[in-house]
Design a protein around this ligand. Sequence first.
Ligand SMILES: Cc1ncc(COP(=O)(O)O)c(C=O)c1O
Length: 456
Amino acid sequence: MAMKTINIRTEVPGPKSRALLARRVAAIPRGPQLVTPIFAAKSEGAWIEDVDGNRYLDFAGGIGCLNAGHRHPLVTKAIHDQVDKFLHLCFGVTPYESYIALAEKLNSLAPISGPKKTMFINSGAEAVENAIKIARAYTKRPAVIAFEDAFHGRTLLTMSLTSKIVPYKACFAPFAPEVYRVPYAYCYRCSYSKTYPSCETYCARHLEDTFRRVVAPDSVAAIIAEPVLGEGGFVAPPKEFFSILREICNKHGIVLIADEVQSGIGRTGKYFAIEHYGVEPDLITTAKSLGGGLPIAGVTGRAEIMDAALPGGLGSTFAGNPTACAAALATLEAIEKDGLLARSTAIGKRFEDRVKGWQKKWSLIGDVRALGGMCAFELVTNRETREPAGAETKELAHFAYEHGLITITAGTLGNVMRILVPLVVTDEQFDEAMDVLEAGLTQIVEKKQQPIASHA
Ligand SMILES: Cc1ncc(COP(=O)(O)O)c(C=O)c1O
């Protein structure tokens, strides 16, 4: 029998975590998210140990930043090697090779034909900001089309591109201008109340109507879309969706941006999720898992478009930091050497097999979605009306962490359990984590079925 990874030795949060939590509350504003009130001491592969010695399986991966696992040996070695050489120079002032090598690597991996170029920044939001700047410089047009349920970041422009109001936009107005929003192909909750495939992907085709009623196509610089909605609930649109977007962009000279910040770097079983649709975007944004745990982000795209901005118009002081570049090169090597694309596909299959079984016995599981290791299930209180089970989803996440599994939820309606497990997770660890979710769901379902206590 394989050794269990989960080991909860104290009540959670334990005493040391509780003390740190009190300090956190006193010293840090409430704005930065707090999902799990335990404090980390160390991590490796797919597990995290907290300051009280409790060991958890990690289904969140630092929100999708650890596709290659916590402290992959290749990544930590590359970091150690780099810190002995130099830490910061600013690529714009005194360049170094690793930035170029990483750009060459991403250019070779990006599913875009012809010459490509890549630039680096520090975060996913910065990648999106820069992609929009580049598209505007290239097209000399102002407008951007973004989708319902999209998440693109928390800076002014990326928050404006983001769809969900609470907590991302509430009380932060005014927003950046020239952002227009249209429905995504979220078939389980179609904004047009249509059904796929009889809808003939109406949501994508409807853009031509948007061009007549809302914004002229020759004002539109870019259409930005996540190949799989991340924060919006791990929704992969039907295959035709992106080919129609591509056709529309070609027809009107619009730049198609695939925001792969969450779906990229092997998460879905391919380097980039857009590859599943057989469509070439013009620009691709990356971040999160690219740095294997260090902050780095990129914009990769057609050379002609990437060169549109003037020298000095792009970048930032720390962009493409040498240690982060070294970590990113090692991460891409780790994905290749460890066969993590195939592993991602296998994880998705293992997830679907298990959760589809739950769906058969519990009406609480409304929809099961998996594109490789980008997997999720949506909880509903009523399968017919698809009433979102937000409270139950929260309860499940809470049960999970109390029983040694770190999870994060998703979805505009807060009713999606998403899995961003490091792809180095073993089958035994994965099953152990799924056992926790199953126990949590059993408890929630059984509680609901209990008769109301009679007054004796
Ligand atoms: C698709 C997508 N784009 C952009 C971002 C913003 O990235 P960051 O948090 O690194 O700024 C995220 C973050 O979750 C994301 O999922």
